[in-house]
Design a protein around this ligand. Structure first.
Ligand code: SAM
Length: 308
């Protein structure tokens, strides 16, 4: 059998290029697939050098994790909690991506309106805290608390000792560390969590008035997991149904105030037609105060949800 391991260096590179091309289309035709699908599986098990790769469709986080463990290796463990993750996004401390602007707009608004406590779920070293600060003025009494994986938070604390002169950046060991905060923000991280955002909100005694997520892969109607090879690890990767997520937030008293599509971000899982994500999404929700007092939620703004 032809495997990646028993090919020489030049041929291996060649095979990878062919596989990448094949995985985009022709390889998925039923007859070719018998050969190409195992080759792609083998290809997926190697650290991906550029971008990310996706593999398989699973109903639960546990099923995806089991498969991630099967495909993992010393080079590519089945957890994001690795040393390589601590330096992976360093360039974002000093620069914003186009997708950051809508999120920064709302954070600025919330702070101007008196918000003082921000909980940043999957906020890495405090990337958003540092990069937004280049463009918006933070109040002196701001608290920006990040929850992330242990290695990343350890690196974040060390970096904060050097960079965070205001002393506003904190780190929380638990995802419920934002109880009673004004804003819960999560950018590019909900897809990695073993729990859903609405379930986390249910665990809070005092849910935040404002919730904002960004860079989130959402499907028009399907909810499922896949695996992502992000070069340093193979991780379960959640794709939610856009409609279900918004409905679940509404059921918790949140009105959708803004929604933006990031059409430049897409996800395609080779050999899994029908599971493409044609754009990533950002949403900003505000919780009505009457809901907190046990009354029915009210819409704060009419925002049309465009289907992806
Ligand atoms: C793609 S990065 C996004 C970083 C940053 N928020 C941004 O906007 O670019 C995903 C982040 O999620 C974090 N993460 C992964 N699994 C997590 C978990 N179970 N709990 C908390 N954070 C997690 C990673 O460590 C990483 O910082």
């Amino acid at each position: 059998m032809v495997t990646d391991e028993n090919l020489g260096g030049g041929r291996r590179l060649h095979l990878r290029r062919i596989l990448a091309l094949m995985a985009r289309g022709a390889a998925e035709l039923p007859v070719v697939r018998r050969v190409s699908a195992p080759l792609y599986r083998n290809y997926f098990k190697k650290p991906c050098r550029r971008g990310n790769l996706y593999f398989g469709v699973y109903n639960t986080y546990e099923d995806a994790l089991e498969q991630a463990r099967e495909l993992s290796s010393a080079q590519l463990p089945s957890t994001y909690d690795v040393e390589g993750a601590t330096t992976k996004y360093m360039d974002q401390i000093e620069s914003l991506r186009p997708c950051d602007y809508p999120a920064m707009f709302w954070v600025d608004r919330i702070l101007r309106d008196g918000g003082r406590k921000v909980f940043d779920l999957g906020g890495h070293l405090g990337l958003a805290y540092y990069s937004y600060h280049r463009y918006i003025t933070y109040p002196a009494d701001l608290v920006w608390r990040v929850h992330d994986l242990p290695r990343v938070m350890a690196a974040g604390k060390t970096l904060a000792g050097e960079l965070d002169q205001a002393g506003s950046l904190q780190f929380s060991e638990t995802p419920t560390g934002g109880d009673g905060f004004d804003l819960l923000i999560s950018s590019g991280a909900l897809q990695y969590l073993e729990y859903r955002l609405p379930d986390l909100i249910d665990r809070l005694d005092r849910p935040p008035r404002h919730v904002l997520f960004n860079l989130t892969p959402l499907h028009p109607d399907k909810s499922f997991f896949t695996l992502q090879n992000l070069g340093i690890a193979i991780c379960p990767y959640r794709v939610e149904s856009l409609a279900r997520l918004i409905d679940d937030m509404k059921a918790r008293g949140y009105s959708l105030r803004d929604h933006w599509r990031l059409d430049e971000r897409q996800l395609r899982i080779p050999f899994e037609p029908g599971y493409e994500v044609r754009s990533y999404h950002g949403c900003y929700f505000e919780r009505s105060t009457s809901f907190a007092q046990g009354k029915a939620p009210q819409e704060t703004a009419a925002v049309a949800v465009s289907s992806a």
